[in-house]
Design a protein around this ligand. Structure first.
Ligand SMILES: C[S@@+](CC[C@H](N)C(=O)[O-])C[C@H]1O[C@@H](n2cnc3c(N)ncnc32)[C@H](O)[C@@H]1O
Length: 386
């Protein structure tokens, strides 16, 4: 596909999203109906669509064609080459479109920050004077990070192995064993270092969160909201602990045995019925369901789909997770509540509400990482009984 044809494809996908389609589904449907598109074409169209979605409001929130024109303008791409009308490229710009592009958009603060209006007060209240800057960070792409599995080899061995497969990386500035991918991120999953379990895909903030937990040798650790098991795998790699994984939706853990085998670690899955009989745990880590507001660079569609009722529902789930997981913690054990959100309603407020309901628990330490060049937004709070 020519660059113009890729833009035309992105316009078609964006039109569907603007009409209500879910981004991933619209992209998959386009790819299925476009067998001529190679992997580089699919990646380019996806990048266009996601670049727009991160900044949809500040790009005018119009139809796909207008959005792609404004993205091309913002990125200083050669507009007349992309909108040439040649082959499968979109038609050249009309005089009206050119005039519209010349007139700057009048944007409210939430529109400039690419957030829904209803969310802006909560965002401001959570982030204070950093509200605008953090929102602007989420307009850009996030890097890919890898965790080196120390059970399989060293950071140097991982860097060398990745380089052999054309994936270039640099060490993260403050998370040990974390690598930022600087070249060919799409080759990671076929690289020998990944296939052999020497590296695992995991954002730097998640790695930092697991490293912050004080896990004594020989501890029993429960990843209570395990999902695909990313945190459980990191605990099993980093600590001399026996690691268990639970999720209310066990099908989410279906890939965990394969991932654990690849990583060379043992993780015991626990169904809900098995939890009560499994004994107490020294550490219970709750990576609670959340809005994902700290990761919206990776899932920009989510910030436009989220409504106030979804936030209320997610907060209720977070309370339920805290209520149900706390009794599983051994007397002197640690309960760690975590989300990949940056909203106080999902983080400090949930933990404080839990402590009010359960005065025998108190906060030991609390961290809020904000999304930046070194990782996603992530919250952790460690609690103990008094
Ligand atoms: C943020 S995701 C977990 C991501 C995962 N820890 C990882 O690193 O890949 C939250 C998970 O919590 C699970 N969940 C939601 N409510 C729960 C509950 N009450 N008890 C246990 N798990 C729950 C969801 O099914 C979902 O898989």
């Amino acid at each position: 596909m020519t660059p113009g044809a890729r833009v035309a494809a992105a316009i078609a996908v964006l039109d569907q999203i603007q009409a209500g389609a879910v981004a991933e589904q619209a992209l998959t449907a386009w790819a299925r109906g476009s067998r001529f598109a190679g992997s580089k074409d699919r990646a380019a169209v996806r990048d266009h669509v996601f670049d727009v979605l991160r900044a949809k409001r500040s790009l005018g929130d119009g139809a796909g064609r207008e959005l792609m024109q404004r993205l091309a303008q913002r990125e200083s791409w050669p507009m007349t080459e992309l909108f040439s009308g040649d082959g499968h490229a979109p038609d050249p710009l009309t005089a009206e479109e050119m005039a519209a592009l010349d007139a700057p958009l009048t944007l409210s603060v939430p529109a400039r920050c690419d957030l829904p209006d209803w969310l802006w007060p909560l965002w401001q209240e959570s982030l204070g004077e950093r509200a605008e800057a953090v929102a602007m960070v989420q307009q850009g792409r996030a890097d890919v990070f890898l965790r080196v599995n120390m059970r399989k080899g060293s950071v140097t061995a991982a860097m060398d192995a990745l380089a052999k497969d054309g994936v270039t990386v640099i060490a993260h500035p403050d998370v040990a064993g974390c690598l930022r991918v600087t070249g060919n991120p799409r080759r990671v999953k076929t690289a020998a270092a990944y296939l052999s379990g020497l590296v695992e895909l995991q954002d730097a903030a998640s790695q930092r969160a697991v490293r912050r937990v004080a896990v004594p040798d020989g501890a029993r650790v429960l990843d209570y909201c395990a999902g695909g098991g990313g945190k459980a795998l990191a605990f099993a790699d980093l600590y001399e602990a026996t690691v268990f994984a639970h999720d209310i939706a066990p099908q989410r853990m279906r890939d965990l045995p394969v991932r654990a085998a690849r990583a060379g670690v043992t993780i015991t899955p626990l169904a809900t019925e098995a939890l009560a009989k499994a004994g107490k745990f020294d550490v219970v880590f709750c990576d609670a369901p959340c809005t994902g507001s700290g990761t919206w660079r990776r899932t920009p569609d989510a910030k436009w789909r989220l409504g106030p009722e979804d936030l209320a529902h997610v907060m209720q789930s977070q309370d339920e997770v805290l209520n149900a997981s706390a009794p599983l913690v051994a007397d002197a054990g640690l309960l760690v509540y975590a989300t990949c959100s940056i909203l106080s309603d999902e983080n400090s407020r949930r933990v404080r509400a839990f402590c009010q309901r359960n005065p025998d628990w108190h906060i030991i330490e609390e961290h809020q990482d904000l999304p930046d060049a070194n990782g996603d937004g992530f919250y952790t709070c460690a609690l103990r009984r008094r």
